[in-house]
Write a protein that binds this ligand. Structure first.
Ligand SMILES: Nc1nc2c(ncn2[C@@H]2O[C@H](COP(=O)(O)OP(=O)(O)OP(=O)(O)O)[C@@H](O)[C@H]2O)c(=O)[nH]1
Length: 621
């Protein structure tokens, strides 16, 4: 019922520990509720409270989304039936809510015994609510259903409590009503966490086993690794083994977060905290890995470790070619904190030197680009995102293609592309519009369920490539922003895919090549040639713009010749003025890229490459 004492005694009895997380659709108020919990339990006083305390990165606070998990230890005291006050330690694990970070979410969930399932009382269940709920159920978590934002005038608690109860199979009266904003109902929620969520169970005498569920880079301390101890104990100065990398490290510091890091004498069964080992790169301290003692340690890991797999690739090029070394340094720095980011040098005839980067998804791509521009002051141009294709040739050889320019020449036997399972939740009046959209995106319907009389869940399988273009936008505009979407990769399928090249005066421009489904090739060709026709200024000779599949031209435009004589305006004038005009023309030319003999302004590349693919959180509403 009340704030507990903040004693960081080590090896808390597992019976006194509750490990839980909050799962919710984006914007349903997870961070705000976590803030209230920090305040109510007294770990942050009102004076030092700032909005969304747990979202540490500036970019997170600005966008209002949670990218990296943070966890915090909260003391909470409950008066039992006999009227005696009992102290508990609650570990709140703040999980990222976005589809790009599913693996991180699943590891955070694995560190908990229970989950608060938070639903906005004015919105109801959304696609990510369900995706996260299923993940929580797979991890056998106890679910506490909660409606948030009940202070909102638009809240419809009865309606959505029924929806929530229907989904998880409980009585609507069991759904708690809270407001993260005003704090209403939050105490009762913390009491419910203690009452309903099982305490952790483990063998305190067994060799130590702890799971890494997050890993962040700190410029002062190196990598800070968050762990949940399952068996045994870990203590400072002990040597540990990371079981997937088979590397040993000394534990320089072990502690808990409350909400700042506080060193402790160690962590015991069920406890959640951080370790510092002196590793410099998050890749050496991987989310999902198991740590154990280096001597007489455990032999079995806690679940299989999985490497984060990039799903979307795109080229990043500095607008100013001389910034290339800066881009390389910036990526090296970002990688310290982002185990999922991959990159390798790439050169493009049109865009110069850059990097081919692999991301978990579009939001990951956008965040990375944002950080490069903001934190490192780089001006960048990125090429259209692409998925991973597996191309098998007639001679049986195989190619993995993440970049259209690596598309193999010669006879292709078949191409496999990644397929995702999508869940779309929407008011039922938009069913027709959604089905039509999914059909045009090569979707196959997997099923449909009514969540209530007016809201429906649609399930589709669809190529990932169709989603990464402008699917969110199209879905949003067809449903007036009411539909929400979640997807997960489920494998690959054969697709009828071709590479479309765009040629200027017969020269292919690598930055504009794309891999598209055969039925979309013509549309892509026409739209690119038309766009470029508008964007490229006239030259002193005629410039044909063509779209082609192999040697076959499928669309064509042409820019008429024009002689641009900058001196025309000042015939007979004095020589210094002429020189000035010529100098100016030279300056302008610097911003031109040469494609064969054709001068293309940089702006044309930027404009032609800017897909309208929505990648931010708006896309998820
Ligand atoms: N009226 C009202 N607004 C709330 C409440 N809780 C959160 N909000 C608002 O809802 C918006 C989203 O809240 P966040 O706490 O950032 O949501 P979130 O779920 O953490 O979002 P992500 O971290 O992006 O997943 C913010 O503008 C909050 O001010 C509430 O109880 N009542």
């Amino acid at each position: 019922m009340t704030q507990g004492s903040l004693a960081h005694t080590t090896f808390t009895q597992p019976e006194r520990i509750r490990n839980f997380c909050i799962i919710a659709h984006i914007d349903h108020g997870k961070s705000t509720l976590a803030d209230r919990m920090l305040q109510l339990t007294g770990v942050v006083d009102s004076r030092s409270m700032r909005a969304q305390y747990l979202d540490r990165m500036d970019i997170e606070r600005e966008r209002g989304i949670t990218i990296k998990s943070q966890n915090v230890r909260l003391p909470w005291a409950v008066t039992n039936d006999a009227g005696v006050k009992e102290d508990f330690i609650l570990h709140l694990i703040d999980t990222p809510g976005h589809v790009d970070f599913t693996y991180e979410v699943s590891r955070s969930l694995a560190a908990c015994e229970g989950a608060v399932l938070l639903v906005d009382a004015a919105q109801g269940i959304e696609a990510q609510t369900l995706a996260n709920l299923y993940l929580a159920l797979e991890n056998n978590l106890t679910i506490i259903p909660v409606l948030n934002k009940i202070d909102l005038p638009a809240a419809q608690p009865e309606r959505y409590a029924a929806e929530l109860a229907h989904i998880i199979g409980c009585d609507p009266s069991e759904v708690l009503h809270v407001s993260g904003k005003t704090g209403q109902g939050v105490e009762a929620l913390l009491d419910r966490v203690v009452a309903n969520i099982p305490h952790p169970v483990g063998d305190s005498d067994a060799p130590a086993r702890a799971m890494i569920f997050d890993s962040v880079y700190d410029i002062y301390r190196g990598v800070i690794t968050y762990v949940r101890v399952v068996d045994g104990k870990i203590r400072p100065r002990e040597k540990i083994l990371m079981m997937s990398t088979k590397t040993t490290h000394e534990l320089l510091e072990v502690g808990v977060i409350s909400p700042e890091p506080v060193p402790t004498k160690g962590l015991g069964v069920g406890e959640v905290g951080y370790i510092i080992t002196g590793v410099k790169d998050v890749r050496q301290s991987r989310v999902g890995d198991t740590i154990t003692s280096s001597v007489n340690g455990a032999t079995e890991t806690l679940g299989a470790y999985q490497d984060p797999q990039p799903m979307v690739y795109s080229g990043l090029f500095p607008l100013d070619g001389s910034d290339f070394p800066l881009l390389r340094d910036a990526l090296d720095k970002l990688r310290l904190n982002d185990a999922a980011l991959t990159y390798e040098p790439e050169s493009s005839t049109a865009l110069g030197f850059g990097y081919r980067c692999g991301y978990l998804g579009l939001l990951h791509l956008e965040i990375t680009r944002d950080r490069l521009e903001r934190e490192f002051g780089l001006d960048l141009i990125s090429t259209a995102p692409s998925v991973v294709y597996r191309v098998t040739m007639d001679d049986g050889s195989e190619h993995v293609v993440t970049n259209p320019s690596d598309w193999p020449g010669g006879k292709i036997a078949h191409v496999h592309e990644p397929i995702v399972k999508c869940t779309i939740i929407s008011p039922s009046e938009y069913i027709g519009a959604i089905m039509e959209l999914c059909q045009t995106r090569r979707g196959t319907m997997g099923g449909m369920d009514y969540l209530s009389e007016t809201r429906v869940e649609l399930r589709y399988t669809m190529p990932l490539a169709e989603i990464i273009f402008d699917f969110f936008d199209a879905l949003k505009s067809r449903t007036r922003g009411y539909a929400s979407l979640d997807y997960e990769e489920i494998g690959t399928e054969e697709g009828d895919l071709v590479k479309v090249d765009i040629l200027l005066q017969g020269e292919p421009v690598d930055a504009f090549s794309a891999i598209v489904h055969k039925t979309n090739a013509y549309a892509y060709g026409v739209s690119m040639t038309e766009k470029l026709h508008k964007l490229i200024p006239r030259q002193q000779f005629e410039v044909p713009i063509q779209a082609a599949i192999g040697a076959r031209v499928i669309a064509r435009e042409s820019i008429r010749a024009m002689r641009k004589d900058v001196l025309a305006k000042c015939y007979g004038g004095d020589i210094s003025r002429k020189r000035k005009l010529l100098e100016k023309q030279k300056e302008g030319k610097k911003r031109m890229k040469m494609v064969g003999r054709v001068e293309v302004p940089q702006e044309a590349f930027i404009a032609a490459l800017s897909t309208d693919a929505p990648t931010g959180k708006e896309a998820k509403k």
